[in-house]
Design a protein around this ligand. Structure first.
Ligand code: ZN
Ligand code: ZN
Length: 112
């Protein structure tokens, strides 16, 4: 006889179907719209390099072709440049749409 009880699925993620209710691993950073919930893994973007999903808000932008990318899918140099760009205010404070454009201008200024 099997008396094992299964935890009911509460507030399932609309993408992966896993419960996002309090007490479940996917409760953290869940996003709601109406009665729909999405866990942070599913709510994030897909990586432009490896096509796997990126945890919410952990995607990095290098340029228009690599607008949402895992940190580990970029080179060490690219990550350093993106970090510097973000520390200076990023695309919401600087007149550049992405870190590659900013860095291209920095190199130009250095070489002048
Ligand atoms: Zn999910
Ligand atoms: Zn990736």
């Amino acid at each position: 006889m099997n008396n094992k009880t299964y935890a009911p699925i509460v507030d399932p993620c609309v993408h992966c179907g896993e419960s996002t209710a309090f007490g479940h691993g996917k409760f953290v950073n869940r996003l709601g719209s109406g009665d729909d919930w999405a866990c942070a893994e599913c709510a994030g973007y897909d990586c432009d390099v490896c096509d796997n999903s990126i945890y919410l808000d952990e995607d990095r932008c290098w340029n228009d072709d690599f607008a949402h990318v895992h940190r580990e899918c970029l080179s060490k140099e690219q990550n350093q440049i993106i970090t510097m760009f973000n520390e200076m205010g990023g695309d919401w404070e600087l007149p550049y749409g992405h870190s590659e454009a900013w860095f291209t201008d920095v190199l130009k200024a250095i070489n002048e």
